[in-house]
Design a protein around this ligand. Structure first.
Ligand SMILES: C[S@@+](CC[C@H](N)C(=O)[O-])C[C@H]1O[C@@H](n2cnc3c(N)ncnc32)[C@H](O)[C@@H]1O
Length: 258
């Protein structure tokens, strides 16, 4: 495993990055996402109906770690779940509150680090993260915290950038290439050009940290772009053509063994 790094400095840099991103497109993107009826995953909007990773969320207490503008929480609330969103960037949560006021879909939003959430242990049935803590927080910090927040046999579903997309991403940043661009060991803890640190453990390391945190792995879904996908207007992660050939993102599902 790579060095632990300076967690406080990393967290501050991520907060700055997402405060800037929120200023640029936070409200516009959030309004569109909150208005959507279907749950989709990733930059190419792969439908949950196709992937079926969440299961029935009715009446479940759900915590989203790194909820951003909280549209994923809103989608879950529309399906009868009781979500709580956790994010460390105040500006993202302010956007989420404006969306709550407009839509009337209201749930708790907590400003906190996913590695240290001020909520009691055993409060949730399901923990989710959609390129939130799952991408931007050291898994050695947030996975044990997810385990603490879950009830016995609680489920975890998280979505992140694939390790393959990470090792094919060039510097300076641009869409993933067809050739490897960096050693996989360096991708584990990757400082982005915008200044935030992303975490891309290899699959073996994900499994090791999940198990050490008390989870049993249920599934790993590799997410490709659908046949009719077009390039994303601003996320440069990969072109639709690349993502039709290689998995651009991945979704892990696990449950607590206790
Ligand atoms: C790409 S957004 C994903 C969230 C959501 N799906 C969205 O698109 O709005 C990343 C979010 O993760 C949050 N985040 C990053 N690291 C975090 C941490 N350690 N604890 C809590 N939130 C974190 C950021 O503040 C940002 O709002």
């Amino acid at each position: 495993m790579a060095d632990a790094g300076d967690t406080a400095a990393e967290v501050a840099a991520i907060r700055d990055l997402w405060t800037r991103a929120n200023r640029e497109y936070g409200d516009a993107h959030a309004a569109r996402a909150w208005a959507a009826d279907d749950i989709t995953w990733g930059i190419f909007n792969v439908p949950e109906q196709q992937l079926r990773v969440l299961g029935d969320v009715r009446s479940l207490d759900v915590v989203e770690l790194g909820c951003g503008t909280a549209y994923f929480c809103a989608w879950l609330a529309k399906r009868g779940a009781r979500p709580t969103g956790v994010d460390l960037t105040a500006a993202q949560l302010a956007t989420a509150r404006r969306c709550q006021q407009r839509s009337g879909i209201v749930f708790p939003l907590i400003e906190a680090d996913a590695g240290d959430v001020p909520l009691p242990s055993g409060s949730f049935d399901l923990a989710v993260s959609e390129c939130g803590a799952s991408l931007w927080c050291d898994p050695a910090r947030w996975l044990p915290e997810a385990a603490r927040l879950l009830r016995p046999a609680g489920r975890l579903v998280f979505h992140t950038v694939s390790v393959l997309a990470a090792v094919c991403s060039p510097e300076p940043p641009g869409p993933a290439r067809r050739e490897l661009q960096r050693p996989q060991r360096e991708a584990r803890r990757l400082v982005t050009a915008e200044g935030g640190t992303q975490f891309h453990p290899g699959h073996g390391e994900w499994i090791a940290i999940l198990r050490a945190s008390g989870f049993a792995v249920d599934d790993l879904r590799e997410v490709y772009a659908p046949p009719d996908a077009t390039d994303h207007p601003y996320y440069q992660l990969a072109t639709a053509d690349w993502a039709r050939r290689w998995p651009v993102e991945e979704i892990w599902t696990a449950h607590l063994e206790r």
